[in-house]
Design a protein around this ligand. Structure first.
Ligand SMILES: O=C(O)c1ccccc1NCC(=O)[C@H](O)[C@H](O)COP(=O)(O)O
Length: 212
């Protein structure tokens, strides 16, 4: 099975073009102001106009409907990724309200975390397994931290899922071989500084994932 590749936290035209040229399947636009990768809906508009076939995923943290609605309209979003404390009811509400696939990101440390999340969010369109942020870390994602991928040998979600957290050019091949992830998602692993995407790393990441 071909692993889909999402490059998250795209903020500039040149890095969006790098995502397109590399042949990734999706990119993420961050609509969370504290993130170093944050965009406003208006700032997303010129990016959204490029690469009509590229899936644009809006990433939100406990956002209200007004922000999500503005981002959907300006960002040509094809999916919503929820990275906050949203529960199953909020997932269902957003699916109905916007008619878009809703991905639920969950912080994972143990096999039990995976099983619980898959049970709780069985109604989501995709479960994104990310590393659980440690104490004192303020962002719920984009931290460059990985969880022990071997726990997925015990418990793979019986629903569409993706792997995120601490992936890099060097580790993505091993991650795919170990877990069989149908989708991989990277942010800080293809950056030269927080929030600054590196065009060469984007290309190398997609190549390494495709080779796996
Ligand atoms: O990237 C962020 O700044 C961010 C902030 C708040 C919530 C989610 C965020 N990113 C979500 C993603 O989809 C990242 O790709 C994912 O967490 C993996 O990040 P990384 O470990 O840096 O590759």
């Amino acid at each position: 099975m071909r692993t889909r590749i999402k490059i998250c936290g795209i903020t500039t035209p040149d890095t969006l073009v790098a995502v397109l040229n590399a042949g990734a399947d999706a990119c993420g636009f961050m609509f969370y102001p504290p993130s170093p990768r944050a965009l406003t809906p208006e700032a997303a508009r010129p990016l959204a106009a490029r690469g009509p076939h590229l899936l644009k995923v809006g990433v939100f943290v406990d956002a209200d409907d007004a922000l999500i609605g503005a981002a959907v309209a300006a960002g040509a979003l094809g999916a919503l990724q929820l990275q906050g404390a949203e529960g199953p009811a909020r997932v269902a509400e957003l699916q109905a309200r916007f008619g878009l696939p809703v991905w639920k990101a969950v912080g994972v440390k143990t096999a039990a975390d995976v099983a619980t999340a898959a049970r709780s969010f069985a109604g989501a369109d995709l479960l994104l397994l990310d590393a659980k942020p440690p104490e004192g870390v303020t962002l719920p994602g984009g931290n460059g931290l990985r969880f022990d991928w071997r726990i997925l040998n015990e418990a793979k979600p019986a629903m569409p899922w993706g792997l995120a957290g601490g992936l890099t050019v060097e580790t993505v091949g091993e991650a795919i071989r170990l877990t069989g992830a149908p989708l991989v998602d990277v942010s800080s692993g293809v950056e030269s500084a927080p929030g600054v995407k590196d065009v060469a790393k984007i290309g190398a990441f997609v190549e390494a994932a495709r080779r796996a």
